[in-house]
Design a protein around this ligand. Structure first.
Ligand code: UD2
Ligand code: MN
Length: 286
């Protein structure tokens, strides 16, 4: 007679797609900026991260691969708070993500939108991202149901900031935190590279989106609450008086000024467990 031998199947885990609503969200969050935190203390708490400021949910396949892009220069206090609060939120939101700090090299005039373009280009060299979330370093969401991912339309996330009495300062406001899928971003040729100094670049991006026939998606005012860490205007980021005039030409200039005309030189890429820190020369006027 023949004996039946059972061969055990190799242990393999078939992961399912993560649910539309992440199960571990808690809703409203307590946020304060009085406690001093060192980077080392923050690192110790974020034991779930991989080199470069990466995370992906272990037990399901994330719905989106998200690059978080932060324009940066000399805001290390804010950086510590941002990392301390955002990493646990992003983890609960079950995204496959990386945090990119795009650090402007030198003392030339700051350029937020150009740094965000650099973030897009550098992130795309590393991984097949399908969504980009662009955030100021000083904005912390007060509710983790405000999802850091992409939607059918370009999304404005920072709709209710404390400094604007938890409301929109004006109807078309697109500043602070926003998200665009790769397709949405490419449809508008990325962001303008020519807004040096403070102001206007967020409105330009809004104009680009409008002129390509897209609408803006937003969370409601309760979910979209933010705290901004109080600060003075930085050195070398004075309000630029030309920017309001440039804004009128936004839809005209967008085809020639954007990701297709981006020029920069990477000076260094440092991978910390909390972030990928990219220092870049963006040819800033002095
Ligand atoms: C508003 C908008 C911002 C942008 C800006 C105009 C809010 C909350 N945000 O920000 O999205 O449209 O106006 O340009 O209303 N940064 C540095 N180092 C610097 C200068 C700027 O890291 O020296 C980065 C940092 O991520 C900062 C961001 O650029 O959060 C915006 O600059 P800001 O915070 O000085 O400008 P703010 O708060 O008026
Ligand atoms: Mn700010």
């Amino acid at each position: 007679s023949q004996e039946k031998i059972e061969i055990p199947a190799p242990a393999k885990q078939i992961l399912e797609r993560c649910p539309d609503t992440p199960p571990d969200l808690v809703g409203p969050l307590y946020v304060e900026f009085t406690v001093e935190r060192t980077l080392d203390e923050v690192r110790k708490e974020m034991n779930f991260l991989k080199e470069g400021g990466r995370y992906k949910p272990p037990d399901c396949i994330a719905q989106q691969k998200v690059a978080l892009i932060i324009p940066f220069r000399n805001r290390y206090d804010h950086l510590r708070h941002w990392l301390y609060y955002l990493h646990p939120i992003l983890k609960r939101q079950q995204v496959d993500y990386t945090v990119y700090i795009i650090n402007q090299d030198g003392e030339g005039v700051f350029n937020r939108a150009k740094l965000m373009n650099v973030g897009y280009a550098e992130a795309m060299k590393q991984y097949d991202y399908d969504c980009f979330v662009f955030s100021d370093i000083d904005l912390i969401p007060l509710d983790d149901r405000n999802l850091y991912r992409c939607f059918e339309s370009p999304r404005h996330l920072a709709v209710a900031m404390d400094k604007f009495n938890f409301n929109m300062p004006y109807d078309t406001f697109f500043g602070g935190v926003s998200s665009l899928s790769r397709d949405q971003y490419l449809k508008i040729n990325g962001f303008p590279n020519t807004y040096w100094g403070w102001g206007g670049e967020d409105d330009d991006i809004h104009e680009r989106i409008k002129s390509r026939g897209m609408t803006i998606s937003r969370p409601d005012l309760a979910t979209g609450k933010y705290k901004m860490i109080r600060h003075q205007r930085d050195l070398h980021n004075e309000a630029n008086p030309n920017n309001p005039f440039k804004l009128r030409l936004a839809s005209l200039n967008m085809n020639a000024d954007g990701i297709n005309s981006l020029r920069y030189t990477v000076k260094a890429i440092v991978k910390d467990v909390l972030y990928t820190f990219i220092t870049v020369d963006i040819e800033a006027p002095q």
